[in-house]
Design a protein around this ligand. Structure first.
Ligand SMILES: [Zn+2]
Length: 454
């Protein structure tokens, strides 16, 4: 296998200019799902890239922007690998904050700048070029492959679960791969097994129908700000324990493999705290730094009254808390929302509970069937042993892969830590793009050596 990996490395080096130009062309094609800018042309461009990897393509109607699907055969007995990526991008935001225009990619200091370079065009293009290299060098693919490019990731993938259920699940992939987000904070390569989910909600307490003079009405008119903070105090105690019944009932315990992986992650807690200007961690005490990022949270994002300007002596008519819960393996957003709603109804029936957007958590255990193989393949391609991250603290819509398919799911990110995705001057280090192509091919080769079923 290593010999073929080195041939892929040479293939990439020999075509550097051409491959970088392909990335530039892809980034130059706008594909802003939230506004529709360039989406039709982007879908056609994405299909061409799938075909160039030797895949049969199909544009799948979803009710929103189409999903692009490419399929390729592999040898009998080899696993069927699903590769997930997304061809839509965030809107560029304020143009004056970009050093070069977002859809006119420019290379500076070994990085390509442009909207979508890291999130996610450079990363799924690396996957597709890895397949193309294998096909050109070996005459075929080591695994059966289905590539799914979502057109709606940046708007929350509202139709992804249905597309996977209807179009992908019947093909029964054995595992899923995705490349998105940055590598580990230290700059080291990593393999990511899962993500926390999220549920946002708002609490609205109302008082009188207008702000009132706090002398003339103080002690008479109800104060919604007190009602709100008293409700919040019933939801979590000072030690950090969430007091909402049912909130964490279904949280699955950390496995032995997850604990080993967490213990092996590089960690400098003092530096991390100094970096954000704090001297103490959030309660509960006694939890390791990385364990905290794998635990559920109940977070107040903002707290305010209708009039949060100058200090005026009034009784506010409205108090609002914007909150979120980060969810971990076993938790279901709808069940957590229901537990919160019941708690609010019991303790503060006058306060309105308004659930917002949610995304389910995704969990793949280190003990899963393909973990060692994916790690070995990534190491062969990247020429460094990747860190194994049991779960990202943040949220990505990959539960659709684990939940709808019931297969292990592996993230192998190929973007530099400072890719500034979603922000101005989004960029991708071209070395990560090149290494990503080789690593993608190497993971396929490693998986091809591993029979799908015992
Ligand atoms: Zn994004």
């Amino acid at each position: 296998m290593q010999e073929t990996v080195e041939r892929v490395r040479a293939w990439v080096a020999a075509r550097d200019e051409e491959l970088v130009a392909e990335l530039a062309d892809w980034v130059a094609q706008p594909s802003v799902s939230s506004t529709g800018l360039g989406m039709a042309a982007a879908a056609a461009h994405g299909e061409r890239l799938l075909r160039a990897a030797g895949l049969r393509t199909q544009s799948v109607e979803t009710g929103g922007w189409p999903a692009l699907v490419g399929t390729g055969d592999g040898p009998p007995g080899a696993p069927h690998v699903l590769i997930y990526g997304h061809y839509d991008v965030q809107p560029p935001g304020p143009l004056e904050q970009w050093t070069s225009p977002p859809f006119q990619p420019e290379i500076r200091d070994g990085r390509m700048f442009g909207r979508g370079t890291g999130d996610n065009k450079g990363q799924h293009l690396a996957q597709l070029l890895g397949l193309r290299a294998l096909r050109e060098l070996t005459g075929g693919l080591p695994c059966r492959v289905t590539v799914l490019l979502d057109g709606e990731e940046e708007v929350g993938s509202p139709n992804l679960a249905a597309a996977i259920r209807d179009r992908i699940a019947p093909q029964a992939p054995d595992l899923a791969l995705w490349s998105d987000g940055p590598v580990h904070d230290t700059g080291r390569a990593c393999v990511v097994l899962g993500v926390r989910g999220i549920l946002t909600f708002e609490l609205r307490a109302r008082g009188a129908d207008r702000p009132l003079h706090s002398g003339n009405w103080g002690g008479v008119a109800p104060n919604p700000a007190w009602a709100l903070v008293q409700l919040l105090a019933t939801m979590r105690d000072a030690r950090g324990t969430v007091l909402v019944p049912g909130f964490a009932d279904s949280v699955e315990p950390i496995s032995a493999g997850e604990r080993r992986a967490l213990d092996a992650l590089p960690l400098d807690v003092a530096a991390a705290m100094a970096g954000i200007g704090v001297t103490e961690l959030e309660p509960p005490a006694g939890l390791g730094f990385h364990q905290r990022l794998m635990a559920p949270t109940l977070t107040i994002n903002s707290l305010g009254c209708a009039d949060s300007g100058d200090h005026r002596t009034v009784i506010p008519e409205l108090a609002v808390a914007r909150c979120e819960a980060r969810l971990v393996g076993g938790q279901v957003p709808a069940q957590v929302a229901e537990a919160l709603r019941r708690h609010v109804e019991k303790h503060a029936p006058g306060v309105e509970f308004i659930p917002g957007a949610s995304m389910a958590p995704s969990r793949t255990l280190p003990e899963s069937r393909y973990t060692e193989t994916v790690l070995a393949g990534a190491e062969a391609g990247l020429a460094e042993p990747p860190l194994l991250i049991p779960a990202l603290g943040g949220s990505l819509p990959i539960a659709a892969l684990t939940d709808e398919l019931g297969v292990p799911c592996y993230g192998v990110p190929f973007a530099n830590v400072d890719e500034t995705n979603h922000a101005p001057d989004e960029n991708l280090e071209l070395d990560w793009f090149r290494r990503g192509i080789v690593a993608s091919a190497a993971v396929q080769l490693a998986l091809g050596d591993r029979p799908a079923h015992p």
